[in-house]
Ligand binder design. Structure first.
Ligand code: GDP
Ligand code: MG
Length: 129
């Protein structure tokens, strides 16, 4: 079997991580994709990508493409573009910020609305940090 035939059997999954600034998006994505963690806060400018390849039972290769969205507000204009075509939309919240519970609810509503508009068969995931 040629390389291209093997590659065509790989599944791609687009995972978008959204949430308030400093709620742990980059830390979770880095920990997940690179098994690393940084204590120093460095604000994400624009967007970061992380790739992780996993093999599921049945020898099914899946490439997880994690979109770590920085500086994104709940009403942000770019949100639709980031969310487009995603199979997983997740919003992070941290227990260390007092405003976080209201925002967690708002993020889940916003993602539900965006998912209906821009995604097919999408899973929504809340990530507590
Ligand atoms: N102690 C602790 N610090 C964390 C945790 N997750 C994130 N941080 C710290 O919180 C800050 C913000 O995290 P970051 O992932 O950059 O947030 P983002 O703005 O949502 O991407 C960084 O200084 C991280 O080191 C955690 O689970 N425990
Ligand atoms: Mg970040």
């Amino acid at each position: 079997m040629s390389d291209s035939e093997e590659d065509s059997q790989d599944k791609q999954l687009k995972i978008v991580v959204i949430g308030d600034g400093a709620s742990g998006k980059t830390s979770l994505a880095t920990r997940f994709a690179q098994e690393a963690f940084g204590k120093q806060y460095k604000q994400t400018i624009g967007l970061d990508f992380f790739l992780k390849r996993i093999t599921l039972p049945g020898n099914l290769n899946v490439t997880l493409q994690v979109w770590d969205i920085g500086g994104q507000s709940i009403g942000g204009k770019m949100l639709d573009k980031y969310v487009y075509g995603a199979q997983v939309l997740s919003h992070t919240h941290t227990h260390t910020h007092t405003h976080t519970h209201t925002h967690t609810f708002l993020w889940s509503v916003v993602l539900h609305v965006r998912a209906n508009l821009h995604c097919n068969r999408v899973s929504l995931l809340g990530l507590g940090n």
